[in-house]
Design a protein around this ligand. Structure first.
Ligand code: BMP
Length: 213
């Protein structure tokens, strides 16, 4: 994944037309697009294929099942053209390894969720985040997802994963600061609503990028 803008566009819109319009309009303002359940369930897997023709796509399916099912999920979305997939660590090492093996078969990236960005993540995920990060290293994941809403947690996770990639959601709509997340060690910011939900998405993306200069 190139690192020109350090921005990953979270494309949580629910129609293929809207999604592709945004991707074309915002080209140059992001390094990759993150597509998850809202768009895939509304528009079908074809949207991954069509978007991948324009930009690298990270499939945010937070894969969290037994190894065989994980493998089938990764196969479907990476086979459709995604160049990366996001998986949950909590189902364990064998489940994550199934994702890693399928990603490797496709020459794709695996990102592992450590601690999520919303307040509820404090209950179960935060106490286990360090273990999740260590597991990401054990399975040789490309990187992890860590919360821009808690820069101190990004710092901690960075200390565990070395120079693997940190992609970080929670900027803007969830209240996290882009600069604080990058200073804490995030490589990329994942940003959705504050760009695609803005009156002028390109203007909003441009302004965000300007604050990072
Ligand atoms: P927004 O900028 O609109 O809050 O979007 C953030 C995106 O990142 C959403 O797609 C959300 O599902 C995802 N995400 C998150 O917000 N926190 C996490 O911990 C992990 C995520 O994947």
């Amino acid at each position: 994944m190139k690192k020109d803008t350090r921005l990953i566009l979270a494309l949580d819109v629910t129609s293929k037309e809207h999604a592709l319009t945004l991707v074309k309009e915002l080209q140059g303002y992001f390094d990759a697009v993150k597509i998850g359940y809202p768009l895939i369930l509304s528009a079908g897997l074809d949207v991954v294929k069509e978007t991948s023709a324009i930009s690298p796509v990270i499939a945010d399916l937070k894969v969290a099942d037994i190894p065989n099912t994980n493998r089938l999920i990764c196969q479907a979305v990476l086979g459709a053209g995604a160049s990366g997939v996001i998986a949950q660590a909590f189902p364990g090492k064998d489940s994550l390894l199934a994702c890693k093996e399928n990603a490797a078969d496709h020459g794709a990236d695996l990102f592992v969720v450590t601690e999520m960005s919303h307040p509820g993540a404090e209950l179960f995920m935060a106490p286990l985040a360090e273990k999740m990060a260590r597991l990401a290293v054990e399975v040789d994941a490309t990187g992890v997802v860590a919360p821009a809403t808690r820069p101190n947690r990004i710092r901690l996770i960075r200390s565990i994963i070395g120079d693997r990639i940190i992609i970080s959601p929670g900027v803007g709509a969830q209240g996290g600061s882009a600069i604080a997340a990058l200073e804490a060690g995030a490589d990329y910011l994942i940003v959705g609503r504050s760009i695609y939900g803005a009156k002028r998405p390109a203007e909003s993306a441009r302004m965000l990028l300007e604050t990072l200069l």
